[in-house]
Design a protein around this ligand. Structure first.
Ligand SMILES: O=C(CO)COP(=O)(O)O
Length: 222
């Protein structure tokens, strides 16, 4: 949960799935009981977005996993925000660690993508998070703040942004973050927003966690 809004749960399907496995997943999601105070969003691979959109309950929104930095055109292999709008895709994940560290996208490029998506009415799941060596070097906050700054420098408004703290070392590695580790970054990021954007944005922006989390009994992340 975060700020004053509804809870937010997202599923990033990454570069996984086939027509068969995705149909099964959609049918499971369609029969799931979802609490009314939770926004639920799934991010299928681009090629399956239309199929998912046409078969998934309207209760669940669709997100893309990336979008181009500006208006579409001669950009081989890219997907434009205009195209996302055209197929009814309301969200886009930007700054995911796999785009940053595998594909090599930098902070400013990601910030500009976020600004463009928002300018076209597509909401942004803005991912931040440190590498293991950055955490071990005591640079977790510096890295997250620098990534936050690149978003803040580019976006005119945070109204349609959800921040996702996804420590890279807890993604697909088998290593788990504790609720305390997630919570302390969430608190620091909210404080950063308060000092560098505004108290209002700090209190209303939803900050979520992504990656594996070690859960014992109850968890309250704000
Ligand atoms: O990257 C993630 C969410 O965007 C989470 O990844 P894993 O589920 O592989 O840990």
């Amino acid at each position: 949960m975060a700020g004053s809004g509804k809870f937010f749960v997202g599923g990033n399907w990454k570069c996984n799935g086939t027509k068969e496995s995705i149909s099964k997943l959609v049918s499971d999601l369609n029969s799931a009981k979802l609490e009314p105070d939770v926004d639920v969003v799934v991010a299928p691979p681009f090629v399956y977005i239309d199929m998912v959109k046409n078969s998934l309950t309207d209760r669940i929104d669709i997100s893309a996993q990336n979008s181009w930095i500006g208006k579409g055109g001669a950009f081989t292999g890219e997907i434009s925000v205009e195209q996302l709008n055209d197929i009814g895709c309301k969200w886009v994940i930007l700054g995911h660690s796999e785009r940053r560290h595998v594909i090599g996208e930098d902070d400013q490029f990601i910030g500009k993508k976020a600004a463009y998506a928002l300018s076209q009415g597509v909401k942004v799941i803005a991912c931040i998070g440190e590498l293991l060596q950055e955490r071990e070097a005591g640079k977790t906050f510096d890295v997250c703040f620098q990534q936050m700054k690149a978003f803040a420098d580019a976006v005119p408004s945070w109204d349609d942004v959800v921040v996702a703290y996804e420590p890279v070392w807890a993604i697909g590695t088998g290593k788990v973050a504790t609720p305390l580790q997630a919570q302390e970054v969430h608190v620091a990021v909210r404080d950063w927003l308060k000092k560098n954007v505004s108290p209002e944005v700090a209190s209303k922006t939803r900050i979520i966690y992504g990656g594996i989390l070690f859960l014992t009994k109850t968890l309250s992340i704000c």
